[in-house]
Every structure is written in C-alpha cells, then in structure tokens.
Design a protein around this ligand. Structure first.
Ligand SMILES: [Zn+2]
Length: 120
C-alpha cells in the first residue's frame, strides 16, 4: 500500500498518491505504481529482465543460492555494524535481508532497482 509520506526523489516535496501513480505536489513529476510498487527509476534499470519463462538454469541456481547468501551477509556483516533502530538496505535483492533485519528488531526497509526484483 502506498504511504502518504513518500517524498519526491527530485525535489523532496510530498507526493500525492492514487492507485496508479504518485504525483509530486511541487515539481509535477509523476511516478507510476504497478503491483503496489512505486517506480522511481524512470525506466533506468541495471538489467533488462522481462520474461520469467527465459530464466536459465544458471539464473535459477543463482536465485536458489540467494537465501543462504543473504542470511550470511546479514548475520556476519550487517548486524555487527548496525546501530539505531531503522535500516534501509539499498539493493536488497529478494528482500530476505529486510525480513532478517526485521526479525533482529530493526525497522527494516529495502529497495532494489531491478526489473528481475520487480517480477519476484
Ligand atoms: Zn518533485
């Protein structure tokens, strides 16, 4: 669900929300919303994933290994460094890191600028 306190990444003014987009109240930029995901990328993703039926065995194996990788990354690296109570994982991949940080008592948020992740 879109939260009313989103800010425009361009000018930091509040964004008005409806089910199809977020609109900046100051600079007028509109950010589309699809599947309850606001798109602030303007079409500039680092990948071009658009066909889940085209996943190779290597891609599938990589996705399967992510859970162990994220679990190790959070436990061995991030948690010893975290302080405060709120964490943003920029590049959170599949979002497992956000779940793990939340379970460790943090208000955890994640974002990933990837079409593959939007599909996931
Ligand atoms: Zn703006």
């Amino acid at each position: 669900m879109i939260h009313a306190t989103y800010r425009c990444p361009t000018c930091h003014a509040e964004l008005d929300a409806d089910s199809a987009s977020l609109q900046c109240t100051k600079c007028g930029v509109t950010y589309p919303v699809g599947n309850q995901i606001a798109d602030f990328a303007g079409g500039a993703y680092y990948d071009n994933f658009n066909d889940p039926s085209a996943l190779s065995r290597e891609h599938i194996r990589g996705l399967e290994l992510e859970k162990e990788g994220a679990t190790t990354r959070i436990a061995a690296y991030y948690l010893p460094l975290c302080s405060g109570r709120r964490v943003l994982d920029a590049g959170c991949g599949n979002g497992i890191s956000v779940d793990l940080l939340h379970s460790a008592g943090y208000e955890a948020w994640g974002v990933d600028l990837s079409l593959l992740r939007r599909w996931q």
